[in-house]
Design a protein around this ligand. Structure first.
Ligand SMILES: Cc1cc2nc3c(=O)[nH]c(=O)nc-3n(C[C@H](O)[C@H](O)[C@H](O)COP(=O)(O)OP(=O)(O)OC[C@H]3O[C@@H](n4cnc5c(N)ncnc54)[C@H](O)[C@@H]3O)c2cc1C
Length: 533
């Protein structure tokens, strides 16, 4: 059995940061185990447009699906996740959005000491480097470079003008004082290249002699001696191995795999564990519960004129030209992320902070044989989502086999407030589309379509067609109530030598994308660990 001070499980948005930070001072030997086999040199993970080639690719993607239930009109929901160095930060849409002040203040109000906005802001600043916004909110010297998306089509100015016409202010830094307004998205892209934890944290760190990264190493269980974690078991190169952590193991396998690993190791709800004959080491009924995600419909419009959308540039000869443009100049739509125009709005005037996010794209997608590709039809689409859904689902093992996928059970639109906000999100998007100048260039609304008007029709449409924007969080939630899995130092309740640090620890979903908050969680976790030594 090989010996390390720390073992980090997973190299994604959180694990990549932790492995790099814990090896920085040279004092501690760290083993980072990553189930994926591809490194930061994987071809598609550098050009931003490569997301399209990774979102369904089993070589770098876990490709999980939820269990169909009535909340999604009995449809499975696709749940992708990065399976390579950098984890999901190496395949995602690269949107930078850390949510709002109130998200973290609410975590603190829920009893998570040290996690208010004021507490976490230094870690957000530490991880980024940007010239956007004010020094108070933004970091200038961190590893992840953040830039503003380019307007790759005349569509963007038309849409922004229409949003302004219905009253939204232009708000270039939506991570500043307020999120409310319309803005081009900020992105973790620099000079046309993706900034993942693999490229920005691990590539420089892996030169250190005290960091060992093992790729293709899938952890199957934690090794527990009584109530202490002393190491991990993993499969690599077709054989089983064990590694010992003299100080701690840190689970950063993501919101789907982290609760699975705890359950396989005897930490969780006895009712779940006994179903598969797993002895209970620590009873924690919250493991795998509190699953939250951003779910919403795709609203679609076609244009009456060509040249406004990116359609056509995504296929055939024009795609080849775009590729050449990217290779030569790192410009064009391949150098940009997705959902590059954002509106943050409120469901009612009584709501103080934006509770709806509109993610706007200047093209249409078609899904053929479960594969997404850019449509040739000129148009645009908007994901209209509830930013802070109350509805919770769960993730649990459905077999004692460590290589079997867990059951992902979403429960969308389960509360009156979520349904009301979801309906308002569709209406807010339609209000902008009905305003000039964008209204002048629209041919028709093709989804949901003008026949869908009542609240009940809209909810039905969302259940039948909605998808997530891939922000699963919350399944090993931080806190001190009976359903909490980790404390506010991210230590697993009742087990020594074990933390969870990734998207799964969020007690509530934040009103934004979840990669940067996952990096923040890891920055703070590394700081807490090093401060204790
Ligand atoms: C397609 C897509 C697009 C997205 N777009 C955005 C976006 O634009 N902006 C944004 O902020 N967020 C986005 N997100 C969400 C965001 O990327 C994730 O919430 C975030 O990366 C989660 O970080 P994590 O560290 O919790 O997990 P991950 O980054 O998923 O890392 C978990 C790592 O653990 C590894 N692992 C899992 N199980 C094991 C095991 N048993 N043994 C060893 N290794 C294991 C995985 O292979 C993976 O590398 C997107 C997500 C997806 C899927």
């Amino acid at each position: 059995m090989s010996d390390y001070d720390f073992i980090v499980i997973g190299s994604g948005s959180s694990g990549g940061v932790l492995a790099a930070r814990l090896t920085e001072n040279g004092k501690y030997r760290v083993l980072c185990l990553e189930a994926g086999t591809r490194s930061e040199r994987y071809l598609w993970s550098r050009p931003p447009g490569g997301t399209a080639f990774m979102i369904e690719n089993p070589e770098v993607n876990w490709r999980r699906f939820s269990t169909p239930n009535e909340s999604t009109a009995n449809r499975p929901i696709y749940v992708p996740g990065g399976k390579l160095l950098g984890g999901t930060s190496a395949i995602n849409g690269m949107i930078f959005n850390r949510g709002q002040r109130m998200d973290y203040d609410r975590w603190a109000q829920m009893g998570c000491r040290g996690w208010s906005h004021e507490d976490v802001l230094p870690y957000f600043k530490k991880l980024e480097s940007t010239d956007i916004g004010s020094d108070h909110y933004r970091g200038r010297g961190g590893p992840i470079k953040v830039t503003v998306a380019a307007k790759t089509s005349p569509f963007f100015d038309l849409f922004i003008e229409s949003a302004q016409a219905v009253g939204y202010p232009l708000n270039p830094d939506y991570t500043g004082d307020t999120q409310y307004g319309v803005a081009m998205a900020q992105q973790t892209i620099h000079r046309g290249l993706r900034q993942s934890t693999a490229t920005q944290y691990l590539a420089p760190a892996r030169k250190r002699p005290n960091l060992t990264i093992r790729m293709g190493a899938e952890v199957t269980s934690l090794i527990l001696e009584g109530q202490r974690c002393i190491g991990v078991r993993f499969r690599c190169d077709g054989a089983m191995h064990e590694a010992r952590a003299s100080r701690e193991a840190i689970v950063s396998a993501g919101a789907i795999a982290s609760p699975k690993l705890l359950e396989l190791s005897g930490i969780g709800n006895p009712k779940v564990l006994s179903r598969f004959g797993i002895p209970v080491i620590q009873e924690l009924p919250g493991v795998g519960e509190n699953l939250r995600d951003h779910f919403g419909p795709t609203l679609k419009w076609t244009f009456r004129q060509r040249g406004l959308s990116l359609a056509g540039r995504g296929r055939g000869l024009r795609l080849l030209l775009e590729i050449a443009r990217y290779v030569l100049f790192r410009k064009g739509f391949i150098s940009e992320g997705v959902c590059t125009l954002r509106v943050f709005t409120r469901s009612t005037d009584q709501v103080e902070q934006a509770d709806i996010g509109l993610l706007v794209n200047p093209f249409l997608l078609e899904i053929i044989n479960q594969k997404r590709r850019m449509s040739n039809v000129d148009g645009f689409f908007i994901y209209a989502q509830v930013q802070r859904p109350e509805s919770c689902g769960s993730i649990h093992i459905q077999s004692p086999d460590p290589f079997a996928a867990p059951a992902i059970s979403y429960s969308f639109l389960a509360t009156e407030n979520d349904r009301r906000t979801a309906v308002a999100a569709v209406r807010r998007a339609r209000e902008i589309a009905a305003a000039r100048p964008i209204a002048d260039v629209i041919a028709e609304e093709i989804a949901p379509g003008p026949q869908i008007q009542s609240d009940a029709q809209i909810i039905d449409f969302i259940r039948k067609t909605g998808a997530t924007t891939f922000h699963a969080v919350g399944t090993c939630k931080m806190g001190h109530d009976s359903m909490a899995v980790v404390d506010d130092q991210l230590r697993v309740h009742g087990i020594r030598g074990l933390r969870v640090a990734d998207a799964s620890i969020m007690p509530m979903i934040i009103s934004g994308n979840t990669s940067i908050p996952s990096m923040m969680i890891a920055e703070k976790c590394a700081d807490m660990i090093l401060a204790e030594l």
